[in-house]
Design a protein around this ligand. Structure first.
Ligand SMILES: [Zn+2]
Ligand SMILES: [Zn+2]
Length: 194
């Protein structure tokens, strides 16, 4: 393993704010994913060759961001709101991609590793550091097609919403009854004006 688990965990704990099972799991998952797709320097020479799809917005997400350097702002981390402890790692150069799922059984197995630790989260935190990859994760080879408007780089398009007048980038506009609308105007949004 060319990645240094200990220092990567230290960094993710620093970024995230605390040590938790999610940090350990997220760091382990990222190292495994990067190794599987042959990415050695995610924040260095390989940074333009990597995209991660994350399926949960929980502690581990910060660890994945910390290890891979992928982020929403760079458009290299795609958030899929599935509520699953899983992520896919894609090497854009070779097209190799794997989806890694944290095994449900690992939660209970962690207790067997440290039966004397009463606190479940503490036991998981310690056990996830030493459990073998195959006890922690399922690895699946996958194919991921990323649309050109979802790739990093300059926006392909900027267009004004016919209803609210706000600008929409990256082809997120929709056509409804012959009008070009933003998604908020078309479907309703997460807020209402006061
Ligand atoms: Zn946490
Ligand atoms: Zn609008």
């Amino acid at each position: 393993m060319s990645f240094d688990f200990k220092s990567l965990l230290e960094e993710s704990v620093r970024v995230h704010g605390h040590l938790c099972p999610g940090q350990v799991l997220g760091v382990r998952m990222s190292i495994l994913g990067l190794n599987e797709i042959g990415i050695k320097e995610p924040k260095g020479k390989d940074r333009k060759n990597l995209i991660v799809f994350i399926e949960i917005d929980r502690c581990a997400t910060d660890a994945v961001q910390s290890v891979t350097g992928c982020s929403l702002g760079h458009r290299t981390m795609k958030f899929m709101d599935y509520g699953k402890m899983a992520a896919a790692f894609i090497n854009l150069k070779t097209k190799k991609a794997v989806r890694i799922l944290a095994k449900e059984e690992a939660r209970d197995k962690a207790k067997e590793y440290f039966p004397h630790i009463e606190d479940k989260y503490e036991a998981q935190t310690q056990a996830y550091k030493i459990m073998p990859d195959n006890e922690l994760f399922d690895v699946m080879e996958v194919e991921v097609n990323i649309k050109s408007e979802d790739m990093p780089g300059k926006p392909l398009k900027r267009i004004k919403c016919d209803m609210c007048g706000e600008y929409v980038q990256d082809m997120r506009e929709v056509e409804k009854n012959g009008r070009i609308l933003c998604k908020l105007c078309a479907y309703g949004g997460y807020y209402t004006a006061k």
